[in-house]
Ligand binder design. Structure first.
Ligand code: NAP
Length: 266
């Protein structure tokens, strides 16, 4: 991506920033002039992204964060203000699919358990990371964004937050929660010029979807349902986040940006 100034002078926190969509969003933000706090549970991958950004002339740091932890959120946001002076942008991107992580290749269209086999423990894990993590992050940046005179919060939901499917119901429920939570937060904090929007990717090639897309039957079904005829790339989603983070989206709040190759238009 060509260097630019669309986020010049802005400070961003990106969760899930070590991998896939989050990592590409962090790279895109840094190329456009933002200072980026990259947060993730995976320190090795996260530090590698910082190194890449640094080699390209950008500014970033890594902080370990489990998005379920209130105290770690407080530490990360305080560290961001200390390092860069403020917080303008938060991208809540960390998430899990709910699939058994030992499943290297997805053998059916259902990534996780069907309802009758869903344990309360596995339901709670998905909800805690995908939905409660977004609540905690959003809540923690409100005061810093008020101090900064406004901000942009971008919550990564999914097309699974808009339509149902055969896939893991806990994933659908968590992403639906993110969608409507974002609208409520947008209304509550519009007077403070804090914008809150959700992004709804379709099927994007990342480590999360790799087990499914490695199975030709799963890949074929998903591609046939995608009018533009290819899987998304992390960059496709990062470009939407970049728009929502920038002042170009100054009048955009409570909206849902679907980036899915046309899948949900059907
Ligand atoms: P990814 O490559 O697996 O990246 C997700 C990142 O989140 C990983 O680095 C993961 O770290 C981190 N993470 C997981 N649990 C965490 C926690 N408790 N605290 C902090 N970090 C945590 O997946 P991705 O495809 O880029 O997904 C990014 C977001 O997009 C997710 O919210 C996902 O639901 C959403 N999304 C993806 C697609 C798609 O097709 N790929 C479609 C729609 C929506 P570990 O590896 O250490 O767990």
């Amino acid at each position: 991506m060509q260097p630019g100034k669309r986020l010049q002078g802005k400070v961003a926190i990106v969760t899930g920033g070590a991998s896939g969509i989050g990592a590409e969003t962090a790279r895109a933000f840094a190329v456009q002039g933002a200072s980026v706090m990259i947060c993730d549970g995976n320190a090795a991958l996260g530090k590698a992204v910082v190194e890449e950004i640094s080699k390209a002339g950008g500014t970033s740091q890594f902080a370990t964060l489990d998005v379920r932890s209130e105290s770690q959120w407080a530490e990360v946001v305080a560290a961001t203000e200390k390092a860069y002076g403020k917080v303008d942008i938060l991208v809540n991107c960390a998430g899990i699919s709910g699939r058994d992580p030992k499943m290297n290749i997805q053998t059916s269209q259902t990534a996780g358990p069907r309802l009758a086999e869903q344990s309360l423990e596995s339901w709670n894990l998905v909800m805690d990371i995908n939905a409660t993590g977004v609540f905690l992050g959003t809540r923690t940046v409100i005061a810093p964004m008020q101090r900064a005179g406004g901000g942009s919060i971008i919550n990564i939901s999914s097309i699974c937050g808009i339509v149902g499917s055969f896939a893991n119901a806990a994933y659908h429920a968590s992403k639906g929660a993110v969608r409507i939570f974002s609208k409520a937060a947008a209304i509550q904090y519009a007077p403070d010029k804090i914008r809150v929007n959700s992004v709804h990717p379709g099927f994007v090639d990342t480590p999360m979807t790799n087990p499914g897309h490695s199975n030709p039957d799963v890949a074929k079904t998903r591609l046939q349902a995608t009018p533009l005829g290819r899987f998304g790339t992390p960059r496709d989603i990062a470009m939407g986040c970049l728009y929502l983070a920038s002042d170009e989206a100054a009048w955009v709040t409570g909206s849902e940006l679907v980036i899915d190759g046309g899948m949900t238009a059907n």
